[in-house]
Design a protein around this ligand. Structure first.
Ligand code: CTP
Ligand code: MG
Length: 180
């Protein structure tokens, strides 16, 4: 059971990194007055609402994909160096597809949020934390014919919990105003 959980955590790591890194590049470049390039080019959809909104940029997406892929590369090196065995050993190609999927899932969610009249940055509970999981598994299935029901369910259940946990930690550390 523990082996299974550790295998899952090792497996999902690139997606977690891809999903959580864009906000950092935003924080770093923003301080230098860098102007970001929106994926929707600032355009509105048929409903006269932004297609995706200001929160989805090429820079953030690129950084997320690079970070997730790099994590997968590190994992591959670590596995080989220490001869570690997991249910699914990580490799850079797998991590790249995962990261692409994670970013895609997050972007797709913003599209639906805007259609539902939810402003950029406003919450859509549950979906805000699992959007990238759905994208990750969709892309793994489409491009690498990979599917694992147990890992998928584990990701759906644990991701919102881990999300909450991190938000509470960030709140306690004074990095966030609210604990959610
Ligand atoms: N970000 C980005 N590009 C992406 C994803 C995220 O630049 N593809 C950056 C943006 O600065 C964004 C921040 O990371 O504001 C946090 O991401 P997220 O919570 O997904 O975006 P929100 O601002 O909450 O927007 P939305 O309501 O559309 O989810
Ligand atoms: Mg958000």
């Amino acid at each position: 059971m523990l082996y299974f959980l550790i295998s899952w955590l090792w497996f999902i790591l690139p997606a977690y990194f891809a999903n959580s890194s864009p906000v950092f590049i935003y924080g770093i470049l923003k301080k230098r007055n860098y102007s970001f390039h929106r994926i929707d080019f600032g355009k509105d959809f048929l409903d006269n609402k932004p297609i995706l909104g200001k929160g989805k940029t090429f820079e953030g997406s690129m950084f997320g994909i690079l970070t997730g892929t790099f994590i997968g590369f590190l994992q591959e090196v670590i596995q080989k160096t220490f001869n570690l065995k997991f249910i699914y050993p990580m490799n850079i190609k797998f991590a790249f597809v995962m990261s692409l999927g994670a970013i895609f899932g997050d972007i797709a969610e913003s599209f639906f949020k805007r259609r539902m009249n939810i402003e950029r940055g406003a919450n859509l509970p549950i979906f805000d934390s699992i959007d990238f999981v759905l994208g990750t598994f969709l892309f793994l299935y489409i491009f690498l014919h990979f599917w694992d029901l147990r890992f998928f369910l584990l990701s759906l259940i644990f991701t919102p919990l881990i999300h909450r946990l991190f938000n509470i930690i960030a709140y306690v550390l004074g990095l966030k105003e609210v604990p959610w």
